[in-house]
Design a binder for this molecule. Sequence first.
Ligand code: OSB
Ligand code: MG
Length: 367
Amino acid sequence: PRVTTVEAFRLSLPLVHAFQTSSHRKTHLEHILVRVADADGAVGWGEIASPSDPYYCSETVDICWLTLQRYLAPALRGADWDHPAQVRALWKRVRGHHFAKAGLDIACWDLWSRAAGTPLARALGGDRRAIEAGVSLGIEPTIDDLLVQVGRYAAEGYRRIKLKIAPGWDVEPVRAVRAAHPGLPLHVDANGAYGEDQSEVFTALDRFGLTMIEQPYAPGALAAHARLQARLETPVCLDESVDDLDQLDTALELGAGRVLNIKVSRMGGLTVAGIAHDRAVEAGWRVWCGGMHEFGVGRAANVAIAALPGFTLPSDVSGSDKYYAHDVVEPPIRATEGRVPVPETPGLGHEIDEPLVRRLASATLTV
Ligand code: OSB
Ligand code: MG
């Protein structure tokens, strides 16, 4: 294909329940949807799910918008490619900017697999018919509020619950949730909020039978993660620490964990996410698919990659309804008894409500 038009739409959707992490609180999320069209009239959609503020990563919505307009969309427009795995070479001179790259990468995979009549999951090499879903719960005002949330999602049948932790909100909430739900698969995510001098928290958390401790230390602290993993029973999971294949190589070599959270956005797209999956599984790590509170477009891409055989732990691909009252795709992503079906229809397998996207967009650009 040869992409002749790239369009981008900035849009903000209200969250059904405010989400608080170690760094900030959100009530709305603004993401960028991208639409690519080729000379034959084929269309594909992608999502740039970067946060609005630079607290999870340095890329923000504003920065993605500029990078897309100035570098990435012009590099894609007019270029010939046979397979979507080739498009990342078009912007290889651009360092970083993985969220913006991921949006275009997803759109090219969608365009190509739709035109080929193939479901995206199958095009990526995934054979699952459904994937196991977990939920990620933010920091709540009180432990009782947290127990209400946990009870609700456990009752809906989600396969595991992840709790955000931060200094001052760690051992006590985990103890309370564990006491209320002794057999529930449970893990924690610190988003890098701890220093190695606070590692006694993880010694305490090691006694609750958690499936993993996600990103305890800062992203660059691979050696510290390796030291922690060496003395814990609980597997350490890396998220922010691994945003390219070289960091993955270093993490595997050091034994900086035993689990990898693979995010399509953080890795710069589906192609790299697939390679990361192969390498981590080959090295004996377990992998699962993380999320960035995506709207339906990005969420559908997550479902597709999570259909690969190595994704053996439940993924953060909860139903659209956990976050948004009205999603931009039809049908919305639905979890039933903690399982999300993998679409059998071409491409992302969900139709984008294009009139809604155009109506809600606070800004649009065309390259
Ligand atoms: O660290 O996994 C994270 C959301 C935004 C930024 C970082 C993270 C998250 C989540 C949400 O945990 C996962 C989801 O999309 O359901
Ligand atoms: Mg995380």
